[in-house]
Ligand binder design. Structure first.
Ligand SMILES: Nc1ncnc2c1ncn2[C@@H]1O[C@H](COP(=O)(O)OP(=O)(O)O)[C@@H](O)[C@H]1O
Ligand SMILES: [Mg+2]
Length: 253
């Protein structure tokens, strides 16, 4: 049986896709069988974040609509042998199936993976409903910014309201200087605002988008504090007690 983890935020651009790709790599490196599922119908990016480019021939909508077998839509990652990927339809119109059909599709694969990581879209629309109907737990990815915190609360309420009770928080793009100068809330205040237990904290790291733009793997560079933060989050998901990183923001390498 897989743990099916929805990665959501409400607001766009908080780092859901990055978290999904980096956790997928970290968990698979730790020997877990992982299926990373792009649920951002119409605006997929997880293929790029995983360094796969445009290699997918079929997507989840093709599998639901009977155009292919779901296993033909799943791509194995060329570098992480335990990591696979299921693409989202690029054309939203193809995704007019009921959320329950998406959950049924993923259930077909549940014995083959330890984790399914569902990269959710921003907002609370149809694709979000599809992901949450399949999920048995969730992570809200927020950033230390007031708009994002309000949206994180709203997304958490929507998820809990649909019966998913194990919902935890990742605070991404944390800048210590902003906190110390009072430009943003600190982590305790963020947890209080969103009302969720903390799964992890990831520093703001300019290297992340620089690596993604050059199709380089953030998780390959253990000197990056952000990569260490993602590895720690993967270990916490596995039930290990790992202290929260003391963040130091570094410049571009
Ligand atoms: N910890 C981080 N530090 C700096 N930039 C980040 C961090 N996490 C993600 N990013 C960048 O932020 C942008 C949005 O990330 P993305 O994962 O696409 O967010 P979402 O999926 O929530 O829209 C991307 O350019 C990504 O490279
Ligand atoms: Mg995204």
């Amino acid at each position: 049986m897989s743990a099916v983890l929805a990665i959501a935020s409400g607001k766009g651009g908080t780092g859901k896709t990055t978290v999904c790709a980096c956790l997928g790599a970290a968990l698979s490196r730790g020997g877990k069988r992982v299926l990373a599922v792009d649920c951002d119908f119409g605006f997929r990016n997880l293929d790029l974040a995983l360094g796969l480019g445009e290699t997918a021939v079929f997507d989840s909508a093709d599998a639901i609509n009977g155009i292919c077998d779901v296993r033909d839509a799943v791509i194995r990652h060329p570098k992480y042998k335990n990591l696979s990927f299921l693409c989202a339809p690029q054309d939203e119109k193809k995704a007019d199936f009921a959320p329950a059909s998406f959950a049924t599709l993923l259930r077909e694969l549940e014995t083959e993976y330890d984790y399914m990581l569902l990269d959710c879209p921003a907002g609370l629309g149809h694709a979000f409903d599809c992901a949450i109907s399949a999920a048995d737990r969730a992570v809200i990815v927020t950033i230390p910014q007031t708009f994002a915190l309000r949206d994180a609360q709203k997304a958490a309420d929507a998820i809990i309201g649909r019966g998913v009770s194990d919902v935890r928080l990742i605070v991404n793009m944390v800048r210590t200087r902003h906190i110390s100068r009072g430009y943003s809330k600190n982590i305790d205040e963020i947890m209080d605002t969103v009302g969720l237990p903390l799964l992890g904290v990831v520093p703001y790291d300019e290297n992340i988008s620089a690596y993604q733009n050059r199709r380089m793997d953030v998780m390959d560079d253990e000197s990056l504090m952000s990569a260490r933060a993602f590895s720690n989050i993967a270990r916490r998901l596995e039930g290990e007690r790992v202290p929260i990183l003391k963040i130091r923001n570094r410049r571009l390498r």
